[in-house]
Design a protein around this ligand. Structure first.
Ligand code: SF4
Ligand code: SF4
Length: 288
């Protein structure tokens, strides 16, 4: 089973649009949306949810009113101002609580519960291009790296159970913990970049990350024709860093048309569809 993770050093390079087209070309892969902080694959693929699972991470203090004697010790020891009171009635503000557990330790009545907090949900869904594993992180919830690992493991498990040959992963932007969680152990990483100074800078950072983890890496420059000189410079840097240049995608106003129609670019009559098909072919040749 091959797992291709598509990432970009930064947002706005067209990564998700490329992911949707590669998923369409892969002939029913398992699709995995690891961009859990700003998930948008579902906008194009309109998944029908088949399974929903809780995502729990960290802990949250909860005062049992019946056992509390209103001594106020918990409020005094909480460094985050998360314990509020109305006279003798003490409670925890769940948004302010950082889950450090200090109040639980110091409460003389042992009146504070410390359950794992619900930070979001992850789903297994059906889409027209194949099954999809995706997630929704709760408002102000953190630890998206852990959720990324969970979603990826769910997609891999599904692929192995049901004999899918390919998992296509839409990774998060940047180079932080969620990106590391999305690429470690992948068969192949594709970095989608753009021919701009910031695109070049971000590509260098993300290339050093994949090199560090020894993951076979390819790049493709999206909208390469808006600055051919910069495209050549980026491709040369990628080769020097040990990555493969898997393709170029031209600037194409049809991409917006595809988004409006909720389709992959390769599903409509678009000039850049040829570039995407060539990219897919090159990625598979590298795997062979
Ligand atoms: S420390 Fe315990 S008993 Fe005292 S106010 Fe807090 S929850 Fe109540
Ligand atoms: S767990 Fe920590 S942050 Fe949360 S209420 Fe208790 S002391 Fe405050």
């Amino acid at each position: 089973m091959k797992e291709l993770v598509i990432i970009s050093g930064k947002g706005g390079t067209g990564k998700t649009s490329v992911t949707v087209s590669l998923a369409a070309l892969a002939d029913r892969p398992v699709i995995c949306d690891c961009d859990v902080d700003a998930a948008d694959l579902h906008l194009v693929l309109e998944p029908t949810i088949q399974e929903s699972h809780d995502f729990r991470s960290g802990h949250e203090a909860v005062i049992r009113e019946a056992d509390c004697i209103g001594c106020g010790i918990c409020r005094n020891v909480c460094r985050f101002g998360a314990i509020v009171n109305n006279a003798d009635l003490f409670s925890v503000d769940p948004v302010a609580c950082e889950g450090c557990g200090v109040c639980v330790h110091f409460c003389p009545q042992k009146a504070i519960d410390f359950p794992e907090s619900l930070c979001g949900n992850w789903y297994v869904s059906d889409t027209r291009l194949g099954p999809m594993v995706h997630a929704k992180l709760g408002v102000a919830a953190e630890n998206s790296g852990k959720l990324v690992s969970l979603v990826r493991a769910g997609a891999k498990h599904l692929a192995e159970e049901e004999n899918f040959k390919t998992v296509i992963v839409d990774g998060p932007p940047g180079i932080g913990c969620p990106v590391i969680a999305s690429v470690t152990g992948a068969s192949q990483v594709l970095i989608v970049t753009e021919p701009t100074v910031s695109g070049e800078h971000d590509l260098e950072r993300v290339l050093s990350l994949t090199r560090h983890f020894h993951i076979p890496t390819s790049i493709c420059v999206n909208k390469w024709d808006i600055n051919e000189e910069m495209t050549q410079q980026i491709e040369a840097k990628a080769r020097t860093a040990g990555a493969t240049v898997a393709g170029r995608i031209r600037y194409d106003s049809s991409v917006t048309r595809a988004q409006i129609q909720k389709k992959a670019v390769v599903e409509i009559d678009a000039p850049s569809a040829d570039d995407l098909k060539q990219l897919w072919e090159n990625l598979n040749l590298q795997e062979a």
